[in-house]
Design a protein around this ligand. Structure first.
Ligand code: HEC
Ligand code: HEC
Length: 219
């Protein structure tokens, strides 16, 4: 119930659509081959995590892929095939947002009489803990709080209204790959000032420390 209220109060844009979770689930079957059944991502960040990303962020990225404004060879045919009308974009984005991954797998007793190996397998797929990335966590935290949290949020969970992605809980490799694209303006970081490259003001060392901090936020 709390979830639903949260989602309905996201943005004006999102309110225009009726949510069809079955459609979201069906579309996710196309995505899961790369991004995992629960949007947990894969191959150590070659495929990013999509679960729990702010709805508006995912919607924006899908529009950018569909309109060929953000390059993604892997996804081209999937976005083309279905043509991705806005309603589908909303359904899949919300479906993915509502998947809450755990960060710790609870301990088990394999000898317990009700042990269910399949349920355990699903549970492990829904558990995602970003390994601690190298760097100075304290320095990273200070930098993050000063320079990034106004948009990416206190715990790095992103922001619906501003369509900003979560950074904590995302694969560190993937974040670095995006840094390259953001620095070369292949991706636009801040639509309000598209020519300004925000990340160029930060050295690799700064970003290493910021990502080290982000990697332990979910511990
Ligand atoms: C064939 C593999 C493949 C399939 C299928 C696929 N994707 Fe992707 N997707 C990728 C790759 C690779 C990237 C990362 C692109 C990059 O590095 O910039 C990506 C990136 C994304 C991103 C950007 C995330 C971010 O944080 O930057 C979103 C959103 C996304 N995919 C959603 C979807 C959805 C929804 C579907 C199903 C309709 C889907 N993808 C199907 C491979 C795939
Ligand atoms: C003015 C708001 C703003 C600030 C400040 C900001 N970001 Fe962003 N960031 C965004 C938005 C919006 C996006 C999504 C861009 C898009 O739609 O492609 C983004 C995307 C990213 C991505 C790509 C993640 C993904 O999943 O695709 C990374 C990495 C990132 N930001 C890092 C940072 C870091 C590190 C800082 C602080 C040094 C920072 N950002 C400060 C707004 C901001």
């Amino acid at each position: 119930m709390v979830l639903i209220t949260l989602c309905l109060s996201t943005t004006l844009q999102a309110k225009e659509y009726d949510y069809d979770p079955d459609n979201g689930k069906e579309i996710n079957e196309l995505c899961s081959g790369c991004h995992g059944e629960f949007g947990q991502g894969g191959k150590d960040g070659e495929y990013p995590r999509l679960a729990a990303q702010p709805i508006e962020f995912t919607m924006n990225q899908l529009r950018l892929f569909r309109d060929r404004k953000r390059k993604n060879f892997a996804m081209v045919e999937y976005i083309d095939d279905r043509q991705m009308p806005e309603n589908d974009i909303y359904d899949i984005s919300r479906y993915l947002y509502e998947i809450k991954l755990k960060t710790q797998l609870p301990p088990i007793d394999e000898n317990a009489p009700d042990f269910d190996a399949y349920a355990r397998l699903l549970e492990s797929k829904m558990t995602m803990q970003i390994p601690k990335a190298p760097g100075d966590i304290e320095r990273g935290k200070k930098l993050y709080n000063k320079e990034c949290d106004s948009c990416h949020g206190k715990e790095g969970l992103g922001d619906h209204k501003k369509a900003v992605p979560m950074l904590s809980g995302q694969y560190t490799n993937y974040l670095w790959k995006q840094v390259e694209q953001l620095r070369t303006l292949e991706r636009i970081h801040d639509e309000d000032s598209p020519k300004e490259e925000l990340l160029n003001e930060f050295s690799d060392e700064d970003l290493t420390d910021i990502f080290a901090y982000l990697s332990i936020v979910d511990d």
